[in-house]
Design a protein around this ligand. Structure first.
Ligand code: NAP
Length: 260
């Protein structure tokens, strides 16, 4: 069977790195994006120049009609995906709880949580063997933030990713006998546009790196690699799992640790 991967938020960052790895391993790639058509089209051109089949699809994953249209356009133009990676997401605003704004929270949850769930629903509708599909594999890009309540000012983001984790476990049980595996990858801090301040500011970067066991941040390809492993047949008995790609996880540096 031809391998076809749909990556939401595939135009930049971790999603784009996943598209590159997928194309290099023989997948046709559907690159979803929301607004940056130039980035999506440039990536598609790059993938095509390597001989891969790739196409860009604009859709806001937080909008139900656009998600339905995204999947039906991919099916019409490239076929039913054999794999889906839900990477579309936003960090949201830096806010302490006392500063919370319902509109900002709703946008964050609508994209990170509802968007991921709607894409999983559409994926299941097309892939499930109970509905005439051939099955497949789904990876939801969560975050290590879910495991630590987020860094200061980002507990709402952490909550959105904890919701993705819980949803993934339950969804995996629901579709386990329908030929679909579902897992998460939980990246630690990764250099992308989402973390542009870490990339641009050496002081911020070294403060962040001091909190990571391996004392460094990741590049997007180091997250794409475990994503691709989960999609592959090498992970054929792995479902409902969370794979931490976090450089050993969050630590309090020796210089800041205290016994009291
Ligand atoms: P990024 O570089 O900012 O890229 C975000 C991608 O998502 C872009 O392709 C963007 O498309 C797309 N997107 C955003 N909102 C969308 C929407 N409503 N509908 C469709 N596409 C949308 O981000 P990233 O760092 O690669 O993050 C990817 C995923 O990894 C996110 O879920 C994020 O929470 C998670 N993550 C990131 C890190 C990190 O340190 N970077 C760590 C842990 C987890 P446009 O360009 O068109 O806007």
């Amino acid at each position: 069977m031809d391998k076809l991967l749909l990556v939401t938020g595939g135009s930049r960052g971790i999603g784009a790195a996943t598209c590159r790895r997928a194309a290099a391993s023989g997948y046709s790639v559907a690159v979803n994006y929301r607004s940056d058509a130039d980035a999506a089209n440039a990536l598609v051109a790059e993938l095509k120049s390597t001989g891969a089949d790739a196409e860009a699809f604009m859709a806001d994953v937080s909008c139900e009609e656009e998600v339905i249209e995204l999947f039906s356009s991919v099916v019409d133009r490239l076929g039913v995906p054999t794999a889906v990676v839900n990477s579309a997401g936003i960090a949201g605003k830096h806010m302490d709880v006392v500063e919370f704004d319902a509109t900002v929270l709703q946008e964050l949850m609508q994209i990170n949580v509802v968007g991921t769930m709607l894409c999983c629903r559409e994926a299941a509708r097309h892939m499930s063997t109970a509905r005439g599909g051939d099955g497949g594999s789904i990876v939801n890009v969560s975050s290590m933030a879910a495991t630590i309540g987020g860094r200061p000012g980002h507990c709402a983001y952490a909550a959105s990713k904890a919701a993705v984790d819980a949803f993934t476990v339950g969804f995996a049980k629901e579709v386990g006998a329908q030929g679909i595996r579902v897992n998460t990858v939980r990246p630690g801090v990764t250099l992308t546009d989402m973390t542009s301040e870490v990339k641009a500011n050496a002081t911020v970067r070294s403060a962040v790196e001091a909190t990571i066991a391996m004392n460094r941040v990741a590049c997007a390809d180091e997250i794409a690699a475990p994503v691709m492993w989960l999609l592959s047949s090498e992970a054929s008995f792995v479902s409902g799992a969370h794979l931490d790609a976090s450089g050993g996880g969050f630590v309090i540096g020796a210089s800041t640790a205290s016994v009291d």
